[in-house]
Design a protein around this ligand. Structure first.
Ligand code: HEM
Length: 507
């Protein structure tokens, strides 16, 4: 009798699973949306840990050539958007219905959950309103001192490392530079990794960069299946790094006179965060230490590798494209001659248009965060044929549109001229979005440009970048499979040859 009962239960469970699976499997078919057939358990997520999500998105874009494609996160349907026009509506025009990201870092990790990147409404709106004030042009100008001094150390470090037998590892040295800049700006603690070979901030960012199996699974889960995050106690930031960052944060705040000491002119991002807390107190609102620490930590995590790896790609591509390099060098040299003893800073560098063309072209081919994640808060009409249900995740497939010959002819060719003002105005709106778009776009974009322009201008004034014989072409460099962002998975090196001009050694 017990056996019969058991068999009956098994039968009903199997029948229920079968019916449910049939519904799941036919979800996009019924709606006429193209899709790869889903895996019975993982849905479309079979690529995780085996292929970078951006590479998967690019393949899907090529395979379907459709404005949108259906996918599944396990059994949950989601939509990949491949059309600039639909991207515009989701990210900008109807952004009020897409304020939240699907990714979530769960509740077991307070710093992971409280930062602006992972937070959703209502916390996100209030954070974004306050943090926008941290990145104004005036505040960024106050960071000039940091970018200028770190960029000088960058040039000097290359002079030292060029004498060694081993070729310089570009990604390491570029992320040393961005760690020093952002670490010092966000935590107010001096970070001299470039000059001294290591720093406490660099220990933290090195840990951020290491994607072992556990961290790979944590991030896969945070980005694609957040329900598992609390069950396995996955964390957005590696736990040890948060302990260390908390200690640094408290020490520096104490050194600055504590939370009560009034901040008049914010000299860095940390001061700007302290000011936010003081203004909140005046408005009878409480902002906890964890909330402030979470923002400083996400500036570091969100900024150092994205900017550092972009700079690494810029230098590598310029080595392979000597005409572009020469043109940039001549423009930077001309500017330097014009400004004389005044060093480069964010104000003068914003005038070298070609500098930005080179950075943008690099970000077009290698956008570190190439797909943008939003969740629909209500049923939403994508077009006359498709309405998605409230709660559906939408991934805007920027990484693929940026390589579509329809929008960027000969997309494989590194051609910064695409972004000259006379050409840029012809680029289809919303086909180029390396910093995202709309109210949830990258809050650190201007700071990233400032850091990149400064580092690149000083480097190119001092060195010519040359291809090392037998090194792989840029397009042959592999991509990290376990991480979520588009990052190289092998060492990239160029030869730095000292230039012959009156400014060498004087930056
Ligand atoms: C080349 C460098 C960088 C790239 C390519 C980049 C790209 C992005 C992208 C694509 C997003 C998502 C936008 C969206 O969903 O629409 C984002 C968000 C964000 N980025 Fe950046 N980023 C860079 C540098 C930085 C820097 C230097 C910082 C901080 C100092 C930063 C802080 C953030 C934060 C806090 C968010 C979340 C904004 C929000 O959700 O409101 N990023 N970034």
């Amino acid at each position: 009798m017990i056996l019969q009962l058991l068999l009956l239960v098994v039968f009903f469970v199997c029948a229920w699973l079968y019916l449910k699976w049939s519904r799941v499997k036919n979800y996009w078919l019924k709606r006429g949306v193209p899709h790869y057939p889903p895996h019975p358990i993982l849905g479309s997520l079979t690529f995780l840990q085996r292929e970078n999500p951006s590479v998967w998105m690019r393949q899907l874009y090529k395979d379907f050539n459709a404005p949108y494609v259906g996918m599944w996160q396990f059994w949950r349907p989601a939509l990949v958007v491949n059309s600039p026009e639909i991207a515009r509506r989701v990210l900008v025009k109807d952004a009020d219905f897409f304020r939240n990201r699907f990714l979530s870092s769960g509740k077991s990790d307070p710093i992971g959950a409280l930062n602006i990147f992972t937070a959703n409404d209502p916390l996100w709106s209030s954070l974004r309103r306050r943090l926008t004030a941290v990145f104004t042009a005036a505040k960024l100008r106050s960071l000039n001192g940091i970018t200028i001094s770190k960029s000088k150390a960058f040039v000097e470090r290359i002079a030292v490392d060029s004498k060694k037998d081993d070729p310089i590892d570009l990604r390491t040295i570029c992320t040393d530079y961005t760690t020093d800049v952002i670490g010092e700006a966000a935590f107010g603690v001096s970070s001299n990794c470039l000059a001294e070979g290591d720093s406490i901030m660099r220990k933290v960012t090195r840990e951020f960069m290491s994607f072992d199996l556990h961290r790979g699974l944590s991030w896969s889960s945070i980005f694609f299946f957040p329900e598992l995050v609390d069950i396995f106690r996955f964390s957005f930031f590696p736990k040890d790094t948060i302990k260390l960052l908390r200690k640094i944060f408290r020490t520096v705040i104490e050194q600055r006179g504590g939370y009560e000491k009034e901040v008049k002119d914010a000299r860095d991002l940390l001061d700007a965060l302290l000011k936010i807390k003081q203004e909140a107190v005046r408005d009878n609102e409480d902002i906890s230490e964890d909330l402030l620490l979470a923002q400083a930590a996400v500036f570091l995590l969100g900024g150092f590798d994205t900017s550092g790896t972009t700079l690494c790609w810029v230098v590598y591509e310029l080595a392979w494209n000597p005409q572009c390099q020469e043109r940039l060098y001549q423009q930077v040299l001309e500017l330097k001659r014009k400004i004389g003893d005044r060093g480069f800073d964010s104000t003068v560098l914003s005038d070298v248009g070609y500098l930005d063309c080179v950075i943008k072209e690099t970000l077009r081919i290698y956008p570190p965060m190439g797909w943008l994640d939003r969740i629909a808060s209500k049923d939403y009409k994508i077009d006359d044929k498709l309405t998605i249900a409230a709660g559906t995740t939408v991934y805007v497939n920027g990484v693929s549109m940026q390589m579509d010959p329809q929008y960027f002819p000969d997309p494989e060719v590194f051609n910064p001229d695409r972004f000259l003002p006379e050409n840029e105005r012809d680029i289809t709106p919303y086909s180029f979005m390396p910093f995202g778009e709309g109210p949830r776009s990258c809050i650190g974009m201007r700071f990233a440009y400032q850091t990149l322009r400064q580092g690149l201008a000083d480097l190119i004034l001092n060195y010519e970048f040359k291809v090392i014989p037998d090194s792989p072409k840029p397009s042959d460099i592999g991509v990290e499979k376990k991480g979520m962002f588009l990052m190289p998975d092998e060492k990239m090196s160029v030869q730095f040859v000292k230039r012959d001009n009156e400014f060498v050694n004087k930056v």
